[in-house]
Design a protein around this ligand. Structure first.
Ligand SMILES: O=C(O)C(=O)[C@H](O)CO
Ligand SMILES: [Mg+2]
Length: 260
């Protein structure tokens, strides 16, 4: 299994560009950076190259996290804004050779929002046929009013868009919040999943004891035909490096035995 670190949330003990090398030293082979738009592509490229990490995922749209908006793909009165943001995300993704662009839906509801998201995703998948685009159900306790908040809803939208380069982003923290059963939800939607993120519930911290069976989940992923990345997207309980026991364990041969 290939693991990457979400450097928007992990290694916040140091400045952003130093987090790439810290992630590599800690045993991650890639990084996600949710909002790279405040940095230059040149600086990010250099940090990734120096660290020897892939840049696995960025988010569309560009606004930074503090700004409030959570995307615009499902907001009927923001179509121009969505498309402008998408083009900017695409330019950054191409320059950094990013694996996936996560398209955020925004706050909306109802049939008009669904139709809008389908139309915007048809447009985006056709505009960037070589880019891998993802959508992720996000629970509404964490993000009130967020449109895409259910797995069947996301699967229906992917089906309606009907594009090879659109897939599901599966996050254990949200999956537990939404369905209460991470393993069954993973199994039910496995064919659509091309990116995985992990975090505990309810703390959204590193994998550990709690309602999510992480050893069982990793085992299910290993036993499936999933060949994508698994991203650590959580808020470390203390120093990031103190909470990486789960990674050391999973980087062994997957059975808990040390690899020779
Ligand atoms: O909130 C999450 O789980 C995500 O993955 C979003 O990308 C947040 O930016
Ligand atoms: Mg996530």
């Amino acid at each position: 299994m290939r693991f990457c670190a979400n450097v928007t949330l992990l290694f916040t003990e140091m400045p952003m560009l130093q987090r790439f090398s810290a992630a590599k030293r800690a045993g991650f082979d890639g990084v996600e950076i949710l909002f790279p738009y405040d940095l230059t592509v040149k600086d990010i490229s250099r940090a990734a190259l120096t660290a020897g990490t892939d840049v696995v995922l960025i988010n569309c749209p560009p606004p930074n996290w503090a700004g409030g908006p959570r995307g615009f793909a499902a907001e009927p009165d923001r179509i121009e804004r969505f498309r402008r943001d998408f083009d900017r995300s695409l330019r950054v993704a191409e320059a950094l050779r990013v694996r996936h662009i996560h398209i955020m839906a925004g706050r909306a509801e109802g049939d008009a929002a669904r139709d809008c998201m389908i139309e915007n995703l048809r447009w985006a998948t056709a505009r960037a046929p070589h880019a891998s685009l993802t959508i992720e159900p996000i629970n509404r306790d964490t993000m009130p009013g967020y449109f895409l908040c259910d797995y069947d809803q996301a699967a229906g939208i992917i089906d309606q868009v009907g594009a090879q380069n659109l897939s599901l982003q599966f996050d254990t923290f949200h999956a537990h919040a939404i369905t209460g059963d991470v393993l069954s939800t993973f199994a039910a939607h496995r064919p659509l999943i091309r990116h995985i993120q992990i975090g505990s519930f309810p703390a959204r911290a590193e994998p550990g004891p709690g309602p999510i069976d992480f050893p069982g989940f990793f085992q299910a992923v290993r036993a499936s035909d999933y060949r994508g990345w698994i991203s650590a997207e959580y808020n470390p309980t203390g120093m990031t490096s103190d909470g990486l026991g789960w990674l050391a364990e999973e980087r062994r041969d997957g059975t808990g035995e040390a690899a020779s």
